[in-house]
Design a protein around this ligand. Sequence first.
Ligand SMILES: Nc1ncnc2c1ncn2[C@@H]1O[C@H](COP(=O)(O)OP(=O)(O)OP(=O)(O)O)[C@@H](O)[C@H]1O
Length: 427
Amino acid sequence: MVGDGAFEIVQDLLSHRKELGDAIQHGLTILKSEKVSSNNQPKMPTYGTQVTIQTEYERQLDKIKRKEGRRAKRGAENGMNDFGADDFSSLLQASERKQPFDDMIGTGEGESSFQVTSLPQGTTRKHMKGYEEVKIPPTPTAPLGPNEKLIEIRELDDIAQAAFQGYKSLNRVQSRIFQATYNTNENILVCAPTGAGKTNIAMIAVLHEVKQHFREGILHKNEFKIVYVAPMKALAAEVTATFGRRLSPLNLVVKELTGDMQLTRSEIEETQMIVTTPEKWDVITRKSSDMALSMLVKLIIIDEVHLLNDDRGSVIETLVARTLRQVESMQSMIRIVGLSATLPTYKEVAEFLRVNADTGLFYFDSSYRPVPLAQQYIGITERDYAKRNDLFNSICYDKRLWSPLNKVIKHWFLYIPARIQGKPLEP
Ligand SMILES: Nc1ncnc2c1ncn2[C@@H]1O[C@H](COP(=O)(O)OP(=O)(O)OP(=O)(O)O)[C@@H](O)[C@H]1O
């Protein structure tokens, strides 16, 4: 077909058969991909293979942009929108009409309805170029009620004094919950702001339980176990150290039981207070071989119970449900004490924990903070990602450098939306 002269060409073709096959395959792939992209984009000339050179900075920006795009898409699909401007304005207007203690739920007891109807008085909102700033002044500290007084440690019995060495008095929140927590055995839920002294509330509940097993000057250590459920292993270790130290004058043994710290059977027997995590306690109470241990539990303290609303909520829910079932089926008394940050759904949580809303539910709002908290929120409205990032950096820088608070504040924490934004990006 190609004549005598083509022998050499045919020979060449045969000897490079593999390379030719690969090249044709490669060409076909490129043609196919061009066809697909030409359907979506205006046609651009292609010059062989294109290489994009990106700096690390651009790469990171692209990554964040893609992530934001996905998040926005998810939000739109789920019908989630930003907090409406109208909603915000009405809250702001309501704050202007308000008196300082208008919405204080400061009784710290029983049922009181909690609804966000306005922002605190003195809240301001300013629109700046590329961003807006909302400043919420600190909530004034609630004044002492006419019958309110702090309980002095020296007024307490010997058991309580032994664990409160070094303290002069209970603070306001602790004084308020003391009667129900130390002198009754009912379930308790305390919702209080950060730093309100919840550890000592747990201590009061522990001391109440210990007191039940002191007879004729002897502590019957084998009659009970106290379980403290901390949200994280690191916190469990901290709680173990604190309670271990403070309960040592009463000869009580406190041990950690988490994924990191296993206990032998004899160690468990010698321990009166077990500090664990929800997941670990769930595993233990699920096993019938450990029934003997759960039968001895008389008090279970659940720290950060607001995590019920979180990813790990189902584990906490399970172990509460299991405890309640044990109480019902064995007719045994296990007291539940829940400690939580301020949460709007506290009534539902109280109901779930079988807490009597009139006598065992305590809710303290931010006017009970030991150190008042001023808040500033910056919402960046700039749409362009790179400009927004620059603005974000310069606002943080200015706030840090020029804030009048620099005179009184030594340490700053900066909360940022994404971890990657916390790293210095290449200029
Ligand atoms: N009665 C008291 N007198 C003096 N200081 C107290 C008293 N009770 C607690 N504190 C101190 O208050 C600080 C905060 O206490 P604690 O850590 O228990 O608060 P918290 O409510 O558990 O806070 P968070 O929600 O951050 O865990 C601690 O330094 C603690 O020593």
